[in-house]
Design a protein around this ligand. Structure first.
Ligand SMILES: Nc1ncnc2c1ncn2[C@@H]1O[C@H](COP(=O)(O)OP(=O)(O)OP(=O)(O)O)[C@@H](O)[C@H]1O
Ligand SMILES: [Mg+2]
Length: 339
């Protein structure tokens, strides 16, 4: 089956300025997202994992243009078109005019911060629809009701306020609002991390279900590899503003090649600890994205780093069908782990 692209990120960067001195001039920048190349295919769920601060949320916000990227391209392919438009620098008005705005949505970890506490559920969900369509009030009401049902809530929830809901229900509301405009692509930023385990599973099932019913593409951001193992078809691993490894989910779990991916995998709680004699344990914190280390960004924490790693930045290279790794020693290390 030919995979159809929906988004193509090319050398995408987002640097946040750091101001200093009495003149409040820019003295440095936080390289939160420092040049990533990534293709997303229609209908897939791509997991994006990595430690806190590595730039996952920044990536999500830049892709849907909640934040303006510093440089690079975001090529968006309209449904059925093989000619993309670069939306990296497109104005908000232009995006709305070309009907792109509503097609890109985002769901956050904590829905309370993105919902007006004084607004009724009915209006919270109707708001994004009003922005892109003119509907009569009866029609709008029907649409809102059917969205509530779609996410497992009821008509009687219409006239309530967000604080009257449980965390899981509030996340359902956030999802209803995100799918209200029939988006093609949704960034899910830790959508289940604030919920307890049983509710997490329900929300994951709901998201999986909706993806199939509505044919959406997801970028699923999380710290928890085992969460995305269940829902993602492919996984990208980020470290300090860069993608260091990407492959199909199964391949990543069975055949990870980057030492950082190995470290993330061995951090998953496992009852059978003895099964992995050469676990890589991550020590120290992620270095500051103000001044990323020279060479490979992972080198100060990597047990296998050599002079080459300290001096030259590795590029993301294809090592197998759809499997890419950015590590100078990938082949030697693969030999090591096979022994
Ligand atoms: N608005 C901002 N202004 C300045 N720096 C920012 C801003 N937003 C994020 N950063 C910095 O950019 C880096 C990446 O942040 P980001 O939120 O993308 O990480 P993350 O991978 O989503 O982390 P977490 O898992 O904790 O959510 C961090 O060093 C963060 O401090
Ligand atoms: Mg984040």
């Amino acid at each position: 089956m030919m995979r159809e692209k929906i988004l193509e990120l090319k050398n995408l960067k987002k640097h946040y300025p750091v101001l200093g001195g009495i003149l409040r001039r820019q003295v440095n920048s936080v390289k939160a997202l420092d040049g990533i190349d990534l293709d997303l295919y229609r209908g897939e769920c791509l997991g994006l994992v990595g430690e806190s601060g590595c730039g996952k949320t920044t990536t999500g916000k830049a892709v849907i243009r909640l934040h303006d990227p510093t440089s690079g391209e975001i090529n968006f392919y309209h449904k059925g078109s093989d000619v993309p438009v670069d939306i990296a620098r497109m104005g908000r008005g232009e995006m709305k005019k070309r009907d792109i705005r509503r097609k890109l949505q985002m769901v956050f970890q904590d829905p309370t911060t993105s919902m007006n506490p004084r607004m009724l559920v009915k209006n919270i969900i109707a708001e994004p629809i009003r922005e892109c369509e003119k509907l009569g009030s009866r029609e709008l009401d029907e649409r809102v009701k059917s969205l509530l049902r779609l996410v497992g809530l009821d008509d009687h929830h219409l006239l309530r306020y967000p604080h009257e809901f449980s965390g899981g229900q509030r996340q359902r509301l956030a999802i209803a609002r995100a799918v209200a405009t029939n988006p093609e692509f949704i960034v899910l930023d830790e959508p289940t991390s604030a919920l307890d385990v049983s509710v997490q599973a329900q929300i994951l099932n709901l998201l999986k279900d909706l993806q199939q019913k509505l044919g959406m593409t997801y970028l699923f951001i999380t710290h928890h590899l085992f969460v995305v193992k269940y829902i993602s078809t492919r996984l990208a691993v980020m470290y300090l503003g860069k993608v260091v490894e990407i492959s199909d989910t199964g391949e990543l779990f069975s055949n990870a090649m980057h030492p950082y991916t190995h470290a993330l995998l061995s951090a998953i709680p496992d009852t059978d600890v003895d099964a992995e004699p050469d676990r890589i344990v991550l020590t120290g914190d992620v270095p500051s994205p103000l001044d990323p280390p020279a060479g490979c960004r992972f080198n100060p924490r990597c047990p296998f780093a050599t002079d080459l790693c300290r001096n030259e930045e590795p590029v993301l290279e294809e090592v197998g069908e759809g499997h890419k790794v950015a590590c100078h020693r990938k082949f030697e290390l693969a030999q090591l782990s096979k022994r």
